[in-house]
Design a binder for this molecule. Structure first.
Ligand code: NAD
Length: 443
């Protein structure tokens, strides 16, 4: 559904009216393939004159994309991104370096620019003050993300010392237009069990997407196909026509299957064997049955629990036990901001979606064999048929209540999943990444 306010505010006259009335003026996001991308502008590294821990990784990224790296702020230069290594920020006095760098450079960041602050996992700091400052970076980054505006995204990356190389796929994502609707996020990068070349992507990988017939699932399918993956697109039998149309257009393998059906595990295992196993499993299928708890009937409760949590957890177990997820495989679940923040009328949905936050944390802590990782994305307000059906006033509030001042697109969720599922993202495990334009709801 078109965002008329965004279109109006982005037009010449509309922009003037909006400013004159003191109304919010969201900048349209710049996504992959949409015009000139910010990485073509120079990247400024801080603190000044030092490459920082990420220097070599950033040099490799820059060499691949032709981006210049600057080590000192220069007035009049517009920067596509800022990367500040705050790993040595371990006492209060050292925060002055952070202040000075961003105080000077923040206004030199171009529209759609990217900012990444790099730290160490706070609990690895040797002193309480060090841990305090490293943890404090979260507050700094989330606040800067709210101040940045103009579609600028700001993230914090906690990289385990010695694992800097594992951050390449993550930095490539965060510094690119692919992360247009991801902001104010805290992401941890640690050891990867399987070393993978960041230059080798999804081509030829076997990918399973559930709930693939429409909306976010369809966008995930399209993106993986565009990246050269072989996709199995699963959806309920009643969505068979849509699946067939997708198969015809994109050459994906359709699989008409209700994931809650008694035969689901058997059918999925047979399919996995026919494909030689899956490299990527995306649990996207989901339903809502919204009603306040006192009015909710048991069927509404049970169906949401089964589709959103019970069935995908059980199928994950079956696939893992049968060795049907390949070495260096990726499992990504689609959680929701409702799971993070809770939502009126969604006790069932929020439990099921927050359940995935627990599940990915647990599976990552326990450690899956063969370098398999498990992560979740938590979308906020995404423009789909589901959100188009929300009454106007609530829809407008949902769209605007985030730092980007607009709803996301299904492709924003798909891009985030593709990064988490990348063969070289093995150092990112057990994380929940919000795709919400830094929604005001939740943490
Ligand atoms: N749209 C948003 O703003 C938003 C926000 C947060 C989270 N999400 C989550 O993203 C996912 C996709 O949402 P969407 O907006 O594209 O919804 P959607 O309703 O358009 O698509 C969901 C798909 O899942 C399929 N599905 C439902 N039950 C199934 C079952 N038992 N077996 C197999 N497939 C089944 C449906 O047929 C449908 O094609 C869901 O998990 C949803 O909870 C969406």
């Amino acid at each position: 559904m078109p965002d008329r306010y965004l279109e109006f505010a982005s037009s010449g006259l509309g922009g003037w009216v909006v400013e004159a009335l003191g109304l919010p003026k969201p900048a349209p996001l710049l996504r992959r393939g949409e015009g000139e991308a910010p990485p073509s502008l120079p990247l400024l590294l801080g603190p000044p004159t030092a490459d920082g821990r990420m220097g070599p990784v950033l040099m490799r990224l820059a060499a691949g994309s032709g981006v210049e790296i600057h080590h000192a702020w220069t007035p009049d230069v517009r920067y596509g991104g800022l990367v500040f290594d705050a790993s040595a920020c371990l006492d209060v006095a050292a925060t002055q370096g952070l202040y000075r760098f961003f105080h000077q450079a923040i206004r030199s960041v171009a529209e759609h620019g990217r900012i990444v602050v790099v730290g160490i996992p706070p609990e690895t700091a040797k002193t309480a003050e060090g841990e305090a400052i490293q943890r404090g970076l979260e507050g700094f980054v989330r606040s800067l993300a709210k101040e940045a505006r103009r579609s600028i995204a700001v993230q914090l990356l906690y990289v385990t010392p010695g694992r800097e190389d594992q951050a390449q796929s993550t930095l490539a994502f965060l510094l690119s237009p692919r992360s247009a609707y991801v902001s104010g996020q805290v992401i941890r990068v640690g050891a990867a069990a399987v070393a993978a070349d960041p230059a080798v992507g999804h081509a030829g990988r076997q990918v399973l997407v559930t709930g693939a017939a429409r909306g976010i699932g369809e966008a995930i399918v399209r993106l993986f196909v565009a990246e050269g993956a072989k996709v199995t697109a699963l959806d309920v039998p009643s969505a068979q026509d849509d699946l067939r149309a997708l198969a015809q257009e994109l050459g994906v393998d359709p699989l008409a299957l209700d994931i809650t059906a008694p035969e689901a595990a058997g059918v999925l295992l047979k399919t996995a064997r026919a494909r030689g196993g899956f490299d990527v499993v995306v649990h996207n299928a989901g339903i809502t049955r919204d009603r306040t708890l006192g009015r909710m009937d048991e069927r509404e409760w049970n169906s949401v629990m089964a589709v959103n949590l019970g069935a995908p957890l059980a199928l994950t177990r079956v696939l893992l036990e049968a060795g049907a997820v390949r070495r260096n495989g990726r499992i990504v679940a689609v959680s929701s901001l409702s799971g993070v923040a809770g939502n009126m009328g969604q006790t069932n949905y929020a439990l099921s979606k927050a359940g995935w936050i627990g599940a990915v944390g647990r599976m990552a802590r326990d450690g899956l064999d063969h370098g398999i990782t498990v992560n979740a994305v938590a979308p906020g307000f995404i423009e789909t048929r589901m959100t188009a059906a929300i009454p106007f006033a609530i829809r407008e509030a949902g769209r605007r209540m985030n730092s980007m001042g607009q709803g996301g697109s299904p492709v924003d969720v798909a891009e985030t999943i593709a990064w988490l599922a990348h063969p070289a993202s093995g150092g990112v495990n057990g994380q929940v990444v919000r795709v919400c334009g830094q929604s005001l709801l939740g943490a």
